[in-house]
Design a protein around this ligand. Sequence first.
Ligand code: PMP
Length: 464
Amino acid sequence: MAETTTSSERSTADWQAADAAHFLHPFTDFKALAAKGSRVIVKGDNIYLWDSEGHKMLDAMSGLWCVNVGYGREELIDAATRQLKELPFYNSFFQTSNPRAIELAELLAEISPPGFSHSFFTGSGSESIDTIVRMVRRYWDIKGQPARQHIISRNNAYHGSTMAGASLGGMSGMHEQGGLPIPGISHIEQPFWFGVGQGTDREEFGRKAASWLEARILKIGADKVAAFIGEPVQGAGGVIVPPASYWPEIQRICDKYGILLISDEVICGFGRTGNWFGCQTMGFKPDLMTFAKGITSGYIPLGGVLVGDKVARVLIEEGGEFNHGYTYSGHPVACAVAVENLRLIRREGLVERVRDDVGPYLAEGLAAIENHPLVGEVQSCGLMAAMQLVKDKANSTCFDSDVDVGMICRTICFEIGLVMRAVGDRMIIAPPLVITRAQIDEMVGLIRTALDRTLEELKRRGAV
Ligand code: PMP
């Protein structure tokens, strides 16, 4: 390529050829994508995207669960520009700091639940997860209990793609590649009623799913367990909202055995569930929280760990040097965008809006979809939701995996101008928090059209 060009200066075919020749995409079958050609996204505004062919799409996934304030917000662009001019980079390693990182840490202490006063910054969700593994193990070392190394997570959890992130995640496809999980990590079954608990009472199932944690702790030995980690609502696993009984019971078990409780807030944080953090919606009090994505609305990479006072006190007062950190920990431009983004969320009351207005309104809209013949279950929490596609609604029978119903539906969504994601047979959405009621109507209308057309396509294939 000779010079930088704008999208309109190269044809889609040209972009696709260059993409296939040089760009290895995440979580992608490289050869298959090269044969097919990627969809080139060139523009975003509010909750809409445009591809290089000029097709407009409603982005019901907020990019990748992150563009909480929508595309094209001048406030964030200005904050980044100002900071780029003033101080584009400086590190926080050698007893230095910068105003934006300090302001961000201060603001996070303000908006987080009581008992959180300190933040450690990273560049992504995965780096935050790696940080937390090192941090909780270090904590127990300092406390004189170095045997407490083991971290318990859950099947079908997603905690990122670094060695520690993929290990803590419960995705078997990821474990198969690269000899994972790393030692000292194990998984219990997920609190997925539709998939694991059908035929039982939901709340009873929630308590049972929590009891699997206690059983695992006893098997390993409580004196060897450092922490339990979970997403308040599983995101990438398919927007799985646990029964209300689950998290309080998890909390009780962690307290009983003195095990640290980690809430992975990478998706649920910053308003997605109708509170600043998902743990508040689910009714539990973690010792540590990981965050990323929505903290900058995805405009620029930034992640981190909110460290509760119990852990922070030990690290600060008794720990000496913590031998961990990243070049971009506290990056001034990323922090400037985050500060402006959080102020904007606060100014526009987006968290309360999700809780009291658009969240319940989305739930109402989706309730009407629950009677669709393809939909076995709808779950939603704030502005994240899932629709479980089934072959036989009366008996909640799922499709055979070779039907790949999720991918059929997803392809149709793109054709009609809707970005909705498929996780197996679960169709999921997490639209920007700025979405209006009228736009929710538009989105739900598109979802219904997509489901109708999917059903037609399945009939055509003889799959239903
Ligand atoms: N934790 C959770 C709950 C996530 O959803 C993700 C990303 N989807 C991560 C961690 C990893 O974040 P990143 O992709 O920024 O590394």
